[in-house]
Write a protein that binds this ligand. Sequence first.
Ligand code: GDP
Length: 567
Amino acid sequence: MRQLAELLGVGSVEVIKQLMRNGILANINQAVDFDAASSVVVSFGYEVQKPQAAPRASPVRKEEGGELEPRPPVITIMGHVDHGKTSLLDAIRQTNVIATEVGAITQHIGAYQVEVDGRKITFLDTPGHEAFTAMRARGAQATDITVLVVAADDGVMPQTVEAINHARAAGVPIVVAINKIDKPDANPEVVKQRLADLGLVIEEWSGDVVCVSISAKKRQGISELLENLLLVADILELKADPNCPAEGVVVEAGLDKTRGSLVTFLVQKGTLGIGDALVVGNVWGKVKAMFDDLGRHIKKAGPATPVEVLGVNGIPQAGDTFMVVSDEHRARSILEERAAKAQRETSAFSEPLSLSALSAQISSGRVKELNIILKTDVQGSIEPLKDSLERLSTEELKVKVIHSGSGSIIESDVLLALASKGVIVGFNARPQPGARRLAEVEGISIRYYDVIYELVEDVEKALKGMLEPTYTEVVEGHAEVRAIFSAGKKGKVAGIYIKEGKISREASARILRQGEIVCESRIGSLKRFKGDVKEVVAGFECGVGIEGFIDFQVGDIIESYRREEVT
Ligand code: GDP
């Protein structure tokens, strides 16, 4: 239920209420059956897609057009430090690498593929949610499934929770691997319970989260984990068109002393081939040579294949996307277009993630959610704050606390805000220096509070601003044009007499001639005795310039008005 509420982006109370309307009484930690869940889903205006819901029922990603063929899943491993992410990646690689040549030496290119029952699985081998979200912050969605590693002797730790929230924010399903079960003090049941508290209810407990117990060290449970990943991949129906021009993301990039720029791509659709011209991030290139994760020369790389490429004229960043284009000429012109676009957007995006800027984006219909990352000084204040914030949601606008935790604001919080277009709220919590710098560079807004009331009120205000604002016009005054003067080279100002109300410098203005509007604009200048004034009231004379208008006639009426927002 909690999961359902999160998926729908509504408060749990809403879900409970809807169930009650359907005659079902359930609490938030309870699981409900498919029919009950779908009736709730439909009532919130969503479509129910699949009876066998994938873990976290993430949307089935289908590509448009072209002949779609099944493709391997792309997996990222996440979890708390020292819980065994690297050991698991090593264990998987060593036991299942596609080693056709005996003794082939695996090399680190940022991703690798293994084969299980004749099917391939691709692993991104920079583990952790920081790398995952950093890629997402650059616009790349490379991962299909996350393996959440939790050490059975240590249990759910802060970074476990972070990983869960980062995966959820990305809508990526989670498969749990309870690691280190070889240890005498391993306690998998405690782990399962804590995960259930966090809304990850495993299948064994009638939930929908796949959970496998493993020992990365002793190589136990590895093939079971891999088989389960394939099962989840089947539910997700991962497909891609192998025949279109290749597209994908940069997994890793670096400089080789002798060979120049070496970039690992994850091909996401199409097939990359030798000689292909491509654009990647801010650079372009032509594929001179390609290598797989065993360092072998290859000529083609299809969907979900990681491949190391020679021939890129520069070093793109992890998470940059690439696409194959017809030729070098086209590549260059795309880059020029991109550069120009980036420049145009710099100003528009210079402050894209402050509460007020989000407000504007929401009111223009581009954003329907306010994603909040909440950090507090003490664990105890998280729940009440989260509740108060999420309760501010309305039908049109959802307030979602996508991640919360106690402690200082860290870099991965900033990355998550960036990737999820969210804001960070620190309640008696301050950022670490690195996080502060990153937030400044990326223009992420961090707001600090020490009083609950102020925090809630601010968010509420922002939400009000986010709601489609309705404006009403308030007429301030009328003036009559009595004389016309030249001003500057081509300018004209009108000498006016204020008949009623006032004319003010900041107002909008329209010019009426015999009752008809001849111009709608703004007051450009307002002067009395050569000095600029803010406003002139009824009974006085002054000079006025109207932006973009010079064709005054004596007798014209200038109406000054304001647009005011109705809340
Ligand atoms: P990471 O920080 O999550 O990448 O964790 P590592 O893979 O570096 O593992 C941390 C420590 O846990 C290392 O000393 C590993 O040898 C140990 N470790 C990892 N998996 C297991 C396991 O299944 N059993 C035991 N006993 N130790 C493990």
